[in-house]
Design a protein around this ligand. Structure first.
Ligand code: IMP
Ligand code: MG
Length: 338
């Protein structure tokens, strides 16, 4: 079974936690990370915290093979640092066509006042490397001696594993409205960030995708520039306890209440089969650590059911705390698991 996890807003919805949980709960044979190192996915498990920019958040599932998509972009230093921090040497592989961001890309973005100023880019060199790739001059993984022994044919591995009936997770990055095609252009990232794009980054066709899980946070955040409906003042963000710092850049995230209209659009653009909502405990502190649907207060269940109706998609996973295990998994009761 193939599942794709994507962000439903502007990134930082908590995809890392959801993918880590799916890793632990389902023990997939393979998890494939897409996107690039501008994304930061946070995993908190058993009192430890990892901030991952390129290794799949499913790494906490010890027997899951971790792949990096041909459409993804890495940086060598980030890759090796995370491989060490996660202890995943020997089960972490990339595709020969995975792109490599080099110093020149980072430098060219840092001195680009349009990206640094107007767009509020993370300045990790991702857009510059994408541009070089489109111009057919980016260097790819197979050209680097440091990566010898870590290079696999990711599309073959994934399609063959699916033929054998194995479970696979594709971990998308950023969020639907940062998509180069479907987002708030020009205030977007340098790739499409919807489910179809991540399938394409890996090398699986749309007919092979079984589940698309779109992840929303209980409120909306955005780093960098661009429209944010219902944006709250900094004081109000602090008062509500919604103040967050970006994983990669350390910038304070802008915030707004949950946006049902955006969520509805995201469900459609990704053809979501399931939705996840994270950080419910920040909106409703009484839900902290709850792991059963029936133990949520009536008004909270109503709040979630109202979203389900509006987006025409069942909410199967609900985050109620930082730890991977702080989650309500409704997949069985809703008929998604045998
Ligand atoms: P870039 O993709 O780094 O050039 O950044 C373009 C825009 O996307 C900026 O507003 C960034 O803050 C935002 N962005 C890029 N990656 C992420 C992410 O992983 N999470 C949240 N925002 C992101
Ligand atoms: Mg993030």
């Amino acid at each position: 079974m193939l599942s794709i996890v994507v962000g439903g807003f502007f990134g930082d919805e908590g995809k890392g936690k959801i993918v880590a949980y799916l890793g632990l709960a389902d023990k997939p044979a393979i998890a494939v990370r897409c996107g690039a190192i501008n994304a930061g996915h946070t995993v908190t498990y058993n009192g430890r915290k990892w901030k991952l920019r390129i290794v799949s958040s499913a790494f906490i599932s010890k027997n899951t093979e971790l792949l990096i998509a041909p459409g993804a972009l890495i940086r060598l230093d980030v890759l090796f640092k995370e491989m060490n921090e996660t202890g995943t040497k020997g089960r972490l592989f990339l595709d020969k066509h995975t792109g490599v961001i080099e110093l020149c890309h980072v430098e060219s973005e840092r001195s680009n006042s349009f990206l640094a100023g107007k767009i509020g880019s993370t300045l990790q060199g991702v857009g510059a490397a994408m541009a070089d790739r489109v111009l057919r001059k980016l260097r790819l993984a197979y050209e680097f001696d440091e990566l010898k022994g870590m290079v696999r044919k990711v599309p073959d591995t994934v399609n063959e594993a699916l033929d054998k009936g194995h479970d696979i997770i594709i971990e998308g990055t950023q969020g639907t409205f940062l998509s180069l095609y479907h987002g708030t252009y020009p205030y977007v990232t340098s790739r499409d960030t919807t489910a179809s794009a991540f399938a394409s980054e890996v090398g699986v066709g749309p007919k092979r995708v079984d589940e698309v899980i779109v992840v929303f946070k209980a409120y909306v955040t955005r780093v960098g520039s661009g429209p944010l409906d219902g944006e709250l003042s900094f004081d109000e963000i602090v008062r509500r306890g919604w103040c967050e710092k970006a994983t990669v850049t350390g910038r304070v995230r802008r915030a707004a209440p949950f946006n049902i209209e955006l969520a509805r659009k995201a469900a459609i653009l990704n053809s979501a089969t399931q939705a996840a909502i994270t950080k419910l405990d920040i909106l409703f502190p009484e839900t902290q650590g709850v792991t059963e649907w029936g133990k949520l207060p009536y008004k909270v269940r109503k709040w979630i059911e109202n979203i389900e109706d509006a987006i025409n998609t069942p909410v199967t996973l609900i985050g109620t705390g930082e730890d991977v295990k702080h989650i309500i998994d409704r997949r069985r009761e809703l008929g998604f698991l045998k």
